[in-house]
Design a protein. Structure first.
Length: 495
């Protein structure tokens, strides 16, 4: 029969809320004493469960269905459902990938550098830089630099000489090369650099005045006939000496006891005509020199005596097979060197060439070089006293003789034996700089792109001569041969 209001109230009082933690025990106890449920009771329980108030609002009294069993019957506690656990928050989105670097611009490298020779010739030659005539192409040596450095650092001297590794030996260890053969025409003994601007260096420096004298210096060991000297060079330098003043032409020769081929009477007469001062020296190889140089030693090391000509404040040494063309201002080199530089130039196949170099003579530097010759030896893989051949990977023409020796002394001052020699003599080395060989040491006949020297090929950025006008910008022509520049220069009247 329908429940009365009193029965409903008593039923609510008899059924307290069950704490969430005790619901399972109460349900088990109740099942032991409850008679089998009727269909009505089952439906009533389902209705109650559907209308049960969530646990999150305990203060609300749950509504009881109308068909709850009568009072006195065993009651089934309410089965309160636990709210489902909230889903885990979604993982944060992955960070956006870093922006990709812009693509490396592809540099279209021409076979030859194009220069407007007509516009070039309209400029005042006195204001032209060497780079205006012989421009350098753009280069990028940064690619794969770190990886190559790691590879090279792990190599010994023999492995470092492997051409495919692009490494070089420098100051006692293997390191990554800084460039490629002939890619640029100047270097600092480690990496390729821009050539020094001789025009800017010499600007404002006066020619020798008062009791200060400068000199053009030549050397010959007289172990071979004295027949490679250029009469044209003598004529031009004599004119410069007469015009400038306080300037001499000096020829260094060995003392008579060392002479194999005496100077002919014809050459003695020519040197006397052009005012050449002869200075005799007692050796062509430094005393007690450790390294056995072979045939090139007497030819190269007699040049050291130019550093001992302290009666001159600045000297320019010129090899006998160099032609001074008469073009340009050769005094620029001397004016620049008078500021305390050691000036040299490269060769097509060497990072330094002794065809032309300028310096301020010093007895201390001369003494340091003699000391270094006693203690330093040469190795084809590691160079002079482990200093290496940088920026070249391997030995180069002249590296075992004067060219490598001069490079070690002047361009690798951090080498331990160089520092020892300098400290022993109390010397101060000048700052080394290099000038463009295309103007100051142009090896006509060797400067054509693709020319092969043994296993090596000259890089395409050599001093390419496209028109005869280019020849007029060459101040010193080294190893001149019967080429267009040789004919063009020698056919110009010297003013």
């Amino acid at each position: 029969a329908p429940e009365t209001a009193a029965e409903t109230d008593s039923k609510e009082q008899a059924a307290p809320e069950t704490a969430p933690g005790t619901a399972p025990e109460v349900a088990v106890a109740a099942e032991e004493h409850v008679a089998p449920e009727t269909a009505a009771q089952t439906d009533s329980k389902a209705a109650v469960e559907e209308q049960a108030v969530p646990e999150t609002a305990p203060e609300t009294t749950p509504k009881v269905a109308a068909d709850v069993p009568a009072a006195g019957e065993n009651l089934q506690p309410f089965q309160t459902e636990q709210p489902p656990a909230p889903p885990p928050p979604p993982p944060p989105p992955p960070p956006p990938p870093p922006p990709s670097p812009p693509p490396r611009p592809k540099v279209e490298v021409p076979r030859f550098i194009v220069v407007d020779s007509e516009a070039l010739m309209r400029k005042d030659p006195a204001t032209l830089k060497d780079s205006d005539v012989w421009p350098d192409p753009p280069h990028d040596y940064s690619r794969n630099r770190t990886k190559r450095e790691q590879i090279c650092n792990a190599l010994d001297a023999k492995g470092c000489s492997d051409v495919s590794k692009r490494c070089m030996w420098h100051y006692g260890k293997c390191t990554a090369r800084q460039g490629i053969l002939g890619a640029q025409r100047c270097n600092d003994g480690y990496r390729y650099t821009q050539c020094h601007d001789v025009q800017a260096c010499a600007e404002g420096v006066p020619n020798p005045t008062g009791d200060e004298r400068w000199a053009f210096v030549f050397t010959h060991n007289l172990r071979v006939p004295f027949n490679s000297f250029s009469g044209f060079t003598l004529e031009h330098l004599y004119d410069v000496c007469q015009r400038v003043g306080n300037l001499d032409i000096v020829m260094i020769l060995p003392t008579p006891d060392l002479v194999v081929h005496p100077v002919s009477d014809a050459w003695k007469e020519k040197m006397h005509k052009y005012g050449v001062k002869v200075i005799e020296v007692p050796w062509w190889l430094p005393p007690k020199m450790k390294h056995e140089t072979g045939w090139c030693g007497p030819q190269d090391f007699i040049k050291l005596h130019a550093l001992n000509l302290t009666q001159y404040s600045t000297v320019l040494h010129i090899e006998n097979d160099v032609e001074v063309t008469g073009h340009g201002d050769i005094m620029r080199i001397l004016r620049c060197a008078s500021k305390g530089y050691y000036i040299s130039a490269t060769g097509p196949l060497a990072p330094i060439n002794t065809g032309m170099w300028a310096v301020q003579p010093s007895k201390e530097i001369f003494s340091a070089m003699l000391y270094y010759a006693k203690v330093a030896d040469y190795d084809p893989l590691t160079g002079w006293a482990d200093a290496g051949h940088a920026p070249f990977q391997h030995q180069f023409p002249g590296s075992t003789c004067g060219q490598g020796f001069f490079q070690a002394i002047f361009m690798k001052p951090e080498s331990p034996l160089v520092a020892e020699a300098v400290a022993y003599a109390g010397a101060k080395l000048p700052m080394p700089i290099q000038v463009d060989r295309c103007t100051w040491n142009h090896q006509d006949g060797f400067e054509w792109a693709g020319h092969k020297f043994g296993a090596h090929t000259i890089h395409r950025y050599s001093c390419d001569v496209k028109t005869m006008d280019y020849c007029k910008h060459i101040i010193m022509l080294h190893k001149p041969k019967p080429t267009p520049c040789k004919k063009g220069i020698m056919g110009v009247t010297v003013k």
